[in-house]
Design a protein around this ligand. Structure first.
Ligand code: GSH
Length: 240
């Protein structure tokens, strides 16, 4: 497994730090400090990237375990729902990518405290999930079938949902999707839009969101956040 820790880590594991460092922290902060987190996923961004970024932004140490596709069949029956990502918290598994994203978001101050803004954050997470879900089966298609299926999605949820999210963003003042600071909804939107714009998905033109200025500004803002940029450069960009 690969130990990946963000630099200038505010959270130092107790074993590596000293009890002194715990003084002055809230009970919750002390707990985060002493818990161990292991995120298990494939060596891709997919449904784990937003959570990795939330850990990085929160300076929370975690083990970023990336498994080979070949070792997945043996691991599958050991996971709660037969899928990954799984986040192990002190060895206890937590499944469902958006559950773990919100959980890490709360620890990293990336989840609104106000109940309504928290619900708006959830709204964006559910919408982004719905927008992306019908794309998954197209990865098992080929040729004309894949082209047709993806073109239908371009004409539907892949673009329409992000247009709706742009509207919500503007209604919230244009800066962030929920509340008045970066939240896990912004991280999730960043990951989704960046992937769709990457040009790496056949029949999905990288220009598909060019007509959405708020979304593009948001993606740029999240992407230039120091912790996000550093994480992506060090862990998600294939080096030659
Ligand atoms: N609702 C789940 C879906 C997870 C999911 O679809 N995982 C895929 C990879 S992205 C998976 O485990 N595929 C392998 C399999 O189903 O055997 C979540 O959000 O975590």
């Amino acid at each position: 497994s690969n130990e990946r820790t963000s630099d200038n880590a505010r959270h130092t594991n107790v074993s590596g730090g000293s009890a002194k460092q715990l003084i002055g922290m809230s009970e919750q902060e002390q707990k985060v400090q002493t818990q161990t987190f292991k995120l298990i996923y494939f060596n891709i961004g997919g449904r784990a990237l937003a959570t990795r970024l939330a850990f990085a932004v929160g300076n929370i140490k975690f083990t970023d375990e990336r498994i080979e596709f070949g070792s997945w069949p043996a691991l599958k029956p050991t996971t709660p729902f037969g899928c990954i990502p799984v986040l192990e918290v002190d060895g206890v598994p937590l499944a469902q990518s958006n559950a773990m994203l919100r959980y890490v978001g709360r620890m990293a101050n990336l989840y609104p405290e106000d109940p309504f803004q928290a619900a708006k954050c959830d709204e964006a997470l559910y919408a982004l999930y719905d927008a992306g879900a019908p794309l998954s089966p197209t990865f098992r298609m080929k040729g004309e079938e894949q082209k047709k299926a993806r073109e239908a999605l371009l004409d539907g949820p892949l673009v329409k949902t992000i247009e709706a999210i742009e509207k919500g963003l503007q209604a919230n003042g244009g800066e962030w999707l929920a509340g008045d600071s970066m939240s896990v909804a912004d991280l999730s939107c960043f990951c989704f839009v960046r992937w769709l714009q990457s040009g790496k998905i056949d029949h999905i033109p990288p220009t598909l969101y060019d007509h959405l200025p708020g979304i593009n500004a948001l993606v740029k803002k999240v992407g230039t956040n120091a912790a996000v940029a550093k994480w992506i450069d060090e862990h998600e960009t294939k080096k030659k």
